[in-house]
Design a protein around this ligand. Structure first.
Ligand SMILES: [Zn+2]
Length: 555
């Protein structure tokens, strides 16, 4: 009996060469990277240089050509390798701002040609057709679309884009038996309602609206199952099924219909605290393991039910920050009411990866006000017992010695100011706008330049404020307005002050709420010194968020 059990185990698990085991590949990847530039920072010129480097290193075993040109004339490199009769095509960055798999394709090519055990067998049986960056014009400007403003992945039928025509021509030239369509999805996509970010989502793309299971699509499902179980240990719970079943304009669907079944691999979010480059690492491991299985036995041992049983992607269930369990006060609703506040910080990939000259940070965006129990969050802040007040709005008047620079904005932000109305005479308007633009930055109040005669806010700041002498809201307002706020009617209660603090026009019968979806996340967290206390003297300023961030500390 024992002998039979061992024999069936051996049959079920064909020997995998040690160097192509997932854990080995994962560990080896940092030393094997062809380019160490994080994917969001890799521009077409650097990619082309890396491809030339690969061609020089591997000589005749790697064929490199310019498969075509983008709208703006950038070359689209094509790499082919292997001697096998069965052809596999892999392409990345059809969407210019979805780069995670692009460096992984270079790493896969380099590893296979560097001859670890098992690589030779793959290259004997398969010919690989690799397009690392299909949309270089989009990549150059970090945009999804090409230079015509067209989404190449919605151009499979019209073929108005040179990039789309190129992809279709490659399919006709090589007739691959399977294709890998490599993308990035929204980084806040979750695996169903599990609260776990969907780091990799997969789709064995259908070639028709009915989802007919052809032999080719069955192969794609087996490969998707293999990728799912291969990457899961590196991102526990973080593998999902892509949520769109059929898109008549897209390439994956039409390539499948034209005879090349496609596996869509979407790289998504990575668990908090881990580097974005782990997405490239996951693609590297997944693709090498998949190619090995395709070469050895067409992934025959994989169960498509594993793929079919994956939970689906879900949108809108993850926020970067959730302030949970507090009560909100707004000018439109001055009585405190229970509401969670969830918001995103909108750091883009280039900023998150630290690309040189990377894009600006932010702006933040409120996503939910109300019951947030269904939301998972990158960071959850317990706001129980706290009041959440929209950040303050103040007027600043032009003075003989202008003081409203970046440092002054930081000082205002530390006192809870999120918006500044800057009153200047017409002849100073252009200079004031230029100065406000120069002073803008993450965690700083927004500045609106208005006419000197325009309605002033109830709160007026007359000079660069000194730090508050105490932590109460009243001391903070004293520092901001040189005690000017105390002359306001109803200055004794937060509810009475709510409109004044937000610079609402006293004649407005229906002021807009300020903490609403799509607004910037600029808030003050207040802690009452006693249950139900709403007097500014008895409210401690516990934290300030301006545009989703704590203001810069004073120096
Ligand atoms: Zn995409």
């Amino acid at each position: 009996m024992l002998g039979a059990a061992v024999a069936s185990l051996l049959l079920a698990a064909p020997a995998t060469p040690a160097d192509l085991r997932p854990a080995t590949l994962w560990e080896a990847w940092p030393a094997r990277r062809v380019v160490t530039t994080p994917a969001p920072c890799l521009r077409p010129a650097a990619l082309a240089a890396a491809v030339r480097g690969l061609a020089g290193r591997h000589g005749d075993s790697l064929r490199v050509e310019t498969a075509g040109r983008s709208v703006e004339g950038r070359p689209v490199p094509l790499l082919t390798l292997g001697r096998g009769p069965r052809r596999v095509m892999l392409w990345s960055q059809m969407h210019g701002d979805e780069p995670s798999a692009t460096p992984a394709l270079l790493d896969v090519v380099d590893t296979l040609l560097s001859g670890p055990p098992g690589a030779g067998a793959i290259l004997d049986r398969l010919t690989l057709v690799v397009v690392p960056m299909l949309n270089p014009d989009g990549a150059e400007r970090h945009s999804r679309r090409n230079a015509q403003g067209i989404d190449v992945n919605r151009d499979a039928l019209v073929l108005a884009t040179p990039e789309g025509r190129l992809l279709k021509a490659l399919r006709e030239r090589f007739a691959p038996e399977i294709g890998f369509n490599l993308h990035d999805q929204d980084r806040r996509t979750t695996v169903g309602d599990s609260g776990v970010l969907s780091s990799i989502s997969l789709l064995a793309v259908s070639g028709d609206p009915e989802g007919t299971l052809t032999p080719g699509r069955a192969r794609a499902k087996r490969v998707a199952s293999l990728i799912a179980r291969t990457v899961e240990p590196f991102v526990p719970g973080g593998v999902a099924r892509y949520d769109e079943d059929w898109n008549p304009r897209a390439f994956g669907d039409n390539l499948t219909a034209w005879g090349t079944p496609v596996v869509l691999v979407e790289s998504g979010g990575i668990p908090p605290g881990r580097p974005l480059t782990d997405l490239t690492r996951l693609n590297y491991v997944a693709l090498l393991v998949a190619l090995d299985a395709l070469a050895s036995d067409d992934a025959a041992g994989e169960d498509p039910a594993l793929y079919d049983g994956l939970r689906r992607n879900a949108d809108r269930l993850f926020v970067d920050v959730l302030l949970a369990g507090g009560r909100v006060v707004q000018p439109s609703a001055p009585e405190p009411y229970p509401a969670d506040v969830g918001f995103d910080l909108l750091d883009d990939d280039a900023a998150a990866a630290g690309c040189p000259g990377g894009a600006a940070v932010g702006p933040s965006r409120v996503r939910e006000v109300g019951d947030g129990r269904l939301l998972a969050a990158g960071r959850r802040v317990d706001a129980a017992g706290r009041l959440l007040l929209p950040a303050l709005a103040v007027s600043v008047r032009e003075s003989p010695r202008p003081w409203l620079d970046g440092f002054a904005l930081d000082a205002l932000a530390r006192l809870g100011v999120g918006r500044v109305r800057w009153h200047v005479p017409p002849e100073r308007r252009a200079a004031a706008i230029a100065s406000a633009v120069a002073a803008a930055g993450p965690g700083r109040p927004t500045v609106q330049v208005v006419d000197a005669a325009a309605r002033a806010c109830a709160l007026v700041a007359r000079s660069r404020p000194s730090p508050s002498a105490a932590t109460s809201l009243s001391a903070t307002l004293d520092a901001l307005t040189a005690r000017g706020w105390r002359a306001l009617p109803a200055s004794s209660s937060l509810g009475g002050l709510a409109r004044a603090l937000a610079c609402v026009d006293p004649g407005d019968p229906a002021p807009a709420p300020l903490v609403v979806p799509d607004a910037r996340a600029s808030l003050i967290l207040l802690r009452p010194s006693a249950e139900g206390a709403l007097e500014p003297e008895r409210l401690e300023v516990e934290a300030v968020l301006v545009d989703g961030r704590p203001p810069a500390p004073s120096r």
